[in-house]
Design a protein around this ligand. Structure first.
Ligand code: MD6
Ligand code: FE
Length: 218
């Protein structure tokens, strides 16, 4: 089925923000108009700082491919999780955070009620069918008053939004190509993850889902 047909049979109104928490909102299709500008920029970032599979502190290799752009990048290895100003593969700064991404993130954050978002880091996560992201909290950033803006591209995924305890019930949120999720405030430290990606092929990205999360890390 073509993307346009999928959109026509979309179960929810593509324009209506969906609040999934008191300070967490999905903006369906919010990034769609920027996709054509984003893809070459993303390609450039990945050429400069290649996707890689990082190791968790416990020694497990992450299934999701990862890279970063911005002044700070999230890294994981046997010593732990942290933000680093240099790419450990090259010992060079990460690629700059492109204006097209910053502008999009600021507009999304404002709509969600966060009008002074100052992103300095963008984590690029690349999923292939079968890849998942286990439940976690994002707590390596300095200022939890700053929100996180998450942009989904390519294959759809089911995002799990939990509570403040790992064993709290989770809600399932469908994230499709072009959807933007903004969360912050009292929702900022909720556990979350991504269910195994279903097989499929996206017209623009193929057998891939890319998630961009912009944060103020430093
Ligand atoms: C993903 N996202 O959607 C993984 N974290 O592939 C995250 O881990 C995430 O989307 C914090 C805020 C928004 C997110
Ligand atoms: Fe996260």
């Amino acid at each position: 089925m073509m993307q346009t047909e999928l959109d026509l049979f979309n179960p929810h109104d593509p324009l209506q923000p969906q609040w999934v928490g008191t300070q967490a909102v999905v903006l369906p299709g919010f990034a769609l108009q920027q996709v054509q500008a984003l893809l070459p920029v993303l390609r450039q970032i990945i050429a400069q700082a290649p996707l890689r599979h990082m190791f968790t502190p416990g020694g497990l290799k992450m299934a999701v491919g990862l890279t970063n752009c911005g002044a700070l990048g999230w890294v994981s290895d046997r010593h732990g999780y942290r933000y680093s100003a240099v790419d450990p593969l090259s010992n060079q700064p990460w690629p700059a955070l492109p204006e097209v991404l910053l502008g999009l993130a600021n507009r999304a954050a404002s709509l969600a009620g966060f009008s002074d978002f100052h992103a300095d880091a963008c984590l690029v996560n690349c999923y292939r069918p079968g890849n998942r992201l286990s439940l976690h909290q994002d707590r390596d950033e300095r200022d939890f008053d700053q929100p996180i803006v998450s942009i989904s591209l390519g294959l759809p995924a089911v995002f799990l939004l939990g509570g403040h305890a790992r064993n709290a019930p989770t809600q399932r949120i469908g994230l499709r190509h072009g959807d933007v999720l903004v969360w912050g405030g009292e929702d900022r430290l909720r556990f979350h993850g991504v269910l195994p990606l279903k097989p499929g092929s996206h017209p623009l990205l193929g057998e891939l889902r890319i998630n961009l999360t912009l944060r103020k890390a430093g």
